[in-house]
Design a protein around this ligand. Sequence first.
Ligand code: C5P
Length: 221
Amino acid sequence: PAARPLAGKRAIVTSGPTHEPIDPVRYIANRSSGKQGHAIAAALAAAGAEVTLVTGPTREPDPAGVTVKHIETAREMLAGVEAALPADIAVFAAAVADWRVAEEAGQKLKKDGSGQIPSLSMTENPDILKTVSGLGGTRPSLVVGFAAETEMVVAHATEKRARKGCDWILANDVSPATGTFGGEANTIHLITGAGSEDWPKLTKKEVAEKLATRIVEHFSA
Ligand code: C5P
């Protein structure tokens, strides 16, 4: 096989959490280390793709040979992804906050001694995977999403693939006993239009490399 089998292909990867501001010093976020998304960006780059990684705040270093856009909010992540189009491949590994505070306070919310407790009014964030899956002419030909599931993993992920309109779903068993969040190993089922594949328990780097191999096979089929 070619040394750089994805040469000439453009890829967009999202990674990490998003941070949604409450006021200038507080935010709402998802738990995400960014390890899986960053490893996927690195694996696609190693296979020769021209990769843009759009990432929320993480402790992961920028992968070598990848264009990295650092963002904080879901809206910024969507804008970063749209700015990186067109692409052949899009892999959405970010843990995007589903909701944000409807009106960010301009000043720090203060505990004023009256015992009054603020309540936050929320509004929905854009669904980046669903938005990009539904694009017309600029839709990447292979759109891959993740599903973190704690039970009935393949059934729920198959339903999610249809609802999001993406091509593949990597369904990740994240029941608390598996230690997936922030840990090194993932148990993945790959859901495609042809059915589902069970992968053995792999490190996040191995998952990234196996996904890159499957993507190479997809484009050479
Ligand atoms: O709906 P749910 O969050 O479970 O879907 C997970 C998949 O959708 C992941 O691939 C995630 O990156 C993507 N997603 C997104 N934008 C959102 C929510 C989820 O791209 N607002």
